[in-house]
Design a protein around this ligand. Structure first.
Ligand code: SAH
Ligand code: SF4
Length: 356
């Protein structure tokens, strides 16, 4: 079994079954999530026989890094991992700002950030036509430990530079709300105050808009940020690029979002990949604004990233700005996001886990 699949309770149970004192479980937990140990040998505070037993019975390296690619500006790194059953996933580290300028080596300076984009499934069942992960189809859910392990991989790497992860977005391969239980278990593990202690407010889940799960998430009152991939303001237009809209229509998604805002008083982000001539006109922006009016929200628009299976093209900068201005005149805040890691296919929707 994978060590990162345990929570504190199940790890304590295991340590009990091994007839070791309970505080050993705490030491293992702290070693993993505070000291960021990656191999049993590093747990030098444990007796050797226990270290050996850990090494024999548990898997510490569920992700085999097969390949990494750095963007030409060195600010984005994509890593391709092979899982134990041969499935392949990708995760991305994005650096913003320069910690060398900030007279601060703790990695906490607000001018510099290190954001991880983490996968939750191998492939995706939602089939959005513009997304490389959707184009490859669904292979399987990741376990909570496989989700956590991606974070630990980068946290261990950054620690060598005296830096830490500042933000986590669950926007890699897969639909997080299709793998709901494992997703939340992973969040709880990363958030655990005795362990990695990563603030929920610095995590963001992005969903294609599974309405029942949005409501369930609202009921759980988590501090994690929520983003919804909308991309169209009209059902017929959305169905053409996002098959999930047959099941959950824009109205269903909006109703779930209203519920979420009422329950949590938290702002929802709507993601919008701007596709030239498809969803980037001022008319579309007005229609979108009419759907969002009155909702505590914000639109994140990003010019479409190219993928091999879709012929749509990115909106020009001018049209992107016009889209933003039209939305803002109608009272809906909008940011145009910078495209990151396009030269290494690490941008949104470009992750497909292939070793070509
Ligand atoms: N399945 C989730 C999270 C992963 S996708 C979701 O769909 O929200 C992360 C984001 O990238 C989503 O907003 C998705 O719509 C967007 N995206 C997918 N393909 C894209 C592309 N080719 N260009 C720009 N954004 C894309
Ligand atoms: Fe899946 Fe998200 Fe890609 Fe759609 S955009 S296919 S939901 S990963």
């Amino acid at each position: 079994m994978l060590i990162y699949d345990f929570d504190q309770k199940t790890l304590t149970d295991l340590v009990n079954r091994w007839e070791e004192p309970a505080y050993r479980a705490k030491q293992i937990w702290q070693g993993l999530y505070q000291h960021l140990y990656s191999t049993p040998e590093q747990f030098t505070n444990l007796p050797k026989p226990l270290r050996d037993r850990l090494a024999e019975s548990l898997d510490f390296t569920p992700l085999k890094p097969k390949l990494f690619l750095d963007s030409s500006d060195q600010m984005t790194r994509k890593t391709l991992f092979e899982l134990n059953d041969g499935e392949v996933i990708e995760s991305v580290l994005m650096r913003y700002g320069d910690p060398a300028d900030s007279h601060d080596t703790s990695g906490k300076d607000s001018r510099s950030r290190r954001t991880l984009c983490i996968s939750t499934q191998a492939g995706c069942a939602m089939g959005c036509v513009f997304c490389a992960t959707g184009q490859m189809g669904f292979n399987r859910h990741l376990t909570s430990g496989e989700i956590v392990a991606q974070v630990m991989y980068y946290a261990q790497m950054l620690k060598e530079e005296n830096l830490s992860v500042t933000n986590i977005v669950f926007m890699g391969m897969g639909e997080p709300f299709h793998n709901y239980d494992n997703m939340m278990a992973a969040i709880d593990r990363l958030n655990d105050a005795d362990g990695f202690n990563f603030g929920a407010r610095r995590m963001t889940i992005s969903t294609v808009g599974l309405a029942p799960q949005i409501k369930r998430f609202a009921d759980e009152h988590r501090q994690v940020n929520l983003a919804i991939s909308l991309h169209a303001a009209d059902d017929a237009e959305r169905v053409a690029i996002m098959p999930v809209n047959k099941r959950y229509k824009i109205g269903d998604v909006m109703e779930a979002c209203k519920y979420y805002v009422e329950k949590t008083h938290r702002r929802v982000t709507f993601e919008w990949a701007l596709i030239n001539g498809v969803n980037d006109s001022p008319e579309v922006a007005k229609k979108l604004a009419s759907k969002l009016r009155g909702l505590l929200c914000h639109v994140n628009a990003i010019p479409l990233n190219p993928t091999t299976g879709y012929s749509g093209e990115a909106t020009s900068r001018e049209r992107a700005n016009l889209f933003k201005e039209t939305l803002e005149q109608a009272g809906i805040p909008c940011t145009i996001r910078m495209r990151r890691g396009i030269d290494i296919a690490a941008g949104c929707g470009q992750l497909a886990g292939s070793i070509e």
